[in-house]
Design a protein around this ligand. Sequence first.
Ligand code: LIP
Length: 280
Amino acid sequence: MASSRPLEHKLCLDEDGLVRRHRFAQDCAREAGKIARRYFRSEHPLPSLEKGRHDLVTQADLEIDHFLIEQITGAFPADGILTEETGGSPARHLWVIDPIDGTLNFTRDIAHFAVSIAFCVDGRTESGVVYDPVSDEMFTARRGQGALCNGQPMRIRATHGPADAVVDAGYSHRHPASAYVGLIRDLLADGYAFIQNGSAALGLAQVACGRIDAFCELSLKSWDVLAGLLLVEEAGGSASDFPIGLGQAQARRVLACTPAIRPALEELLQKAEAAMSGTD
Ligand code: LIP
């Protein structure tokens, strides 16, 4: 007698399934980058909405979001999808997407933004793609297979200490200014160079390729960072955990850096987090 059990969706992904998704993510990111470039520095006004203070969503974000959801649904209909602009639900095979990471930069004609696409299996990122449409740099990583920039291997910078370390410390109005100001004060007091470039995905990619030595932020979402954290890990860096599960939309603190400065930066971030929770 035929089983009455519903046909189990084939949940175990083989290597071929991961390879196809990794290649597909790069093709989609490149096409999404063409959409972004069509809007970037256009002479026409860019329609946008404010989700929060200096937290915007533009017509370009929404068009790319729709494009990526449509492409993934067509190619891998059984996979789950979570995006910054549409949300999503938990799934064992899950795409986690930020259509434009660095939207504020994008709206101000600042060429520091990226398309970020991660593919996760059972809550662990297996494929990460961060594409910079302006520099045409495709940062990619498969878990356990290293990290590449435009197909060339990339490694973190061999930083030894604060005196030669540049830290991109992100900020948003989602967390109290006092905690962030305290973190910056401590970074500068300890001799780090500090920048705040406005895109977590690109900041993480720049750690992975050795242009800077650390990226940190007190509160970010999975779609901002999952792809970039894998880039850093696979490029030999040290990255904080970002477990995703039912609370994919939850925010967490993020640190990714060259291993030599991880303990010291971890201490500064824990101090800033304590200040943040103390101001609740
Ligand atoms: C941005 C992050 C950045 C953070 C901004 C914003 P978005 O993501 O990449 O690190 O400081 O507040 O969250 O909103 O441009 O996708």
